[in-house]
Ligand binder design. Structure first.
Ligand code: FAD
Ligand code: SF4
Length: 469
């Protein structure tokens, strides 16, 4: 019998092996191991090079996926890494945290019927391997005397820094945290993205010439105006940090905590940089209820499992299909024992001085012509879910720095910085020397779109400074 002609039939779609559930919930390590023994090449060979690369359209960065899959298939790891970095300054990070099912893989021609090519896992493992072998992003061919200040070492800031130094421009990145990464380090838990990966990228960027100034808050330690005066351009990549307040009765009771401070405290305990301010509740043996259905809520439920909670319940007012969180994260949470209560609206946090439950009402979704179905509370359906700890995770809004108004940097009604449009360069604000991108312009969004903004802001800055990349 002849061999099967199509590699996508010979090799089934496969992700790198997952650590078994009892082992993975015992620590904060990533749950997928690396591809081994040519598995990445086998998986890359499943690409049928369909002619119209839907995957590239589905990727916000327009990654040249079929081209680098071919290089991986041929074992040309360093060449594949070079091509990946042409469009994506942080491929090993996007490969780990992108919701691929909604982006590149969700649109792969093989997705229906055969299983999409495992694009994210290949992107991640090829970059890890290339860096391990000593490969580095291409260097600038010449240096200029131009200098750019970047506020924020999250994905938007890091992406811009990479593009600028590769064009021979100095990049000084300021961040109030003690480590780079923004939410990559102080939001997304290590079971999705181990912090050594971010530290490795820091080393790579420093070798490229990026200078980090950490533990420095602009507006407190250095005036924003000084950066505007001292540098040729400023890129604001400050994120979106105003937690949405659902104003639930009882939310100020002891036992109610807010998602991001909880995740940051846990990150700092993992990093060994926690201070007295980073209070991590003892969840051992406790009943934890997380309110919300986004990526942050998924990170909170899975973190609670790892911190020893006895029972973890996620309450979300819409149904599973309408959850904003990534499908793979919901699946992972469920596998780790998290209970989901969909179509349930929290009404109040109840208790006698300390939390002992969350009062909820059932909801139904009503289609009334809007893009998203409306959520309607069903009368007389309330009940109380017992809880010792409640974590509020209702999302984030933009939090523009106070200096924006003083420097004429416009924001919209939702506090997002206005960037681009009209006669401005893409991502240029209403202050000619100041550019902005990532969550502070989009509102809470995705890593890959912050990376895109960093890349495109750098392009605009280079154009303004007349630097040919
Ligand atoms: P940030 O990552 O927020 O970085 C902004 C940086 O600016 C921070 O380091 C901050 O300290 C610094 N900064 C702000 N103001 C100042 C100042 N005045 N001086 C100095 N420094 C300053 N997206 C995904 O794609 N996949 C996921 O799985 C995912 N999970 C998430 C989980 C959580 C818990 C959260 C909160 C978000 C998640 N996201 C995820 C969204 C993603 O992390 C963000 O969209 C992305 O990090 C935005 O990048 P950014 O560079 O714009 O901002
Ligand atoms: Fe897919 Fe994200 Fe990689 Fe683009 S950056 S190819 S969306 S994993």
């Amino acid at each position: 019998m002849s061999e099967r002609p199509f590699p996508f039939l010979k090799f089934a779609r496969a992700l790198p092996a997952e650590v078994s559930i009892p082992i993975r919930v015992a620590d904060f390590k990533e749950i997928n191991r690396d591809f081994v023994d040519g598995e990445a090449a086998d998986q890359a060979s499943r690409c049928i090079d369909c002619g119209n690369p839907y995957c590239s359209w589905g990727c916000p960065l327009g990654n040249r996926i079929p081209q680098w899959l071919k290089l991986v298939k041929d074992g040309r790891i360093e060449d594949a890494a070079t091509l990946m970095h042409e469009t994506n300054p942080l491929p090993e990070i996007c490969g780990r945290v992108c919701p691929q099912d909604r982006l590149c893989e969700g649109i792969c021609t093989l997705d229906e019927g055969f299983g999409a090519v495992t694009i994210g896992a290949i992107e991640r493992s090829v970059t890890d391997e290339a860096i391990k072998r000593g490969w580095r992003p291409p260097e600038a061919t010449s240096r200029t005397d131009k200098r750019v200040a970047i506020i924020g070492a999250g994905p938007a800031g890091l992406s811009a820094a990479d593009r600028l130094v590769r064009a021979g421009v100095s990049a000084d990145v300021y961040d109030r945290h003690e480590e780079i990464g923004g939410l990559l380090t102080f939001g997304i838990p290590a079971f999705k993205l181990e912090k050594d990966i971010v530290r490795t990228r820091r080393r790579v960027l420093e070798e490229q010439g990026v200078r980090f100034h950490l533990g420095v808050e602009i507006g407190r330690d250095i005036a924003f105006g000084k950066l505007v005066d001292d540098y040729d351009a400023v890129f604001m990549a400050t994120g979106a940090y105003a937690a949405v307040d659902a104003r639930l009765p009882g939310q100020d009771m002891p036992g109610v905590i807010v998602a991001l401070p909880f995740l940051i405290a846990n990150a700092r305990h993992q990093l060994g940089t926690a201070t007295d301010a980073d209070v991590l509740p003892d969840l051992r043996g406790k009943r934890v209820v997380v309110l919300g259905g986004g990526d942050t809520a998924m990170d909170c439920v899975r973190t609670s499992v790892r911190l020893g909670a006895e029972r973890v319940t996620c309450i979300y007012r819409r149904d599973e299909a309408n959850m904003p969180g990534s499908r793979k994260e919901v699946r992972n949470a469920r596998e780790e024992g998290v209970i989901f209560r969909f179509l349930a609206q929290p009404l109040a946090i109840v208790g006698n001085g300390v939390v002992d439950g969350v009062e909820i009402a059932e909801t139904r979704l009503v289609e009334d012509g809007d893009e998203r179905a409306r959520c309607e509370v069903i009368k007389n359906s309330s009940q109380t879910i017992p809880a010792d700890v409640v974590i509020l995770s209702f999302g984030f809004l933009a939090s523009p720095p106070e200096w924006c108004a003083r420097f004429g940097i416009e924001t919209d009604d939702n506090g997002r910085l206005k960037a681009g449009g009209g006669s401005r360069l893409p991502l240029q604000t209403s202050h000619a020397k100041v550019f902005a991108g990532g969550d502070n312009v989009r509102g809470a969004d995705l890593v890959v779109r912050a990376v895109l903004d960093g890349r495109e802001a750098a392009r605009s800055i280079l154009s303004q400074l007349n630097v040919v990349a």
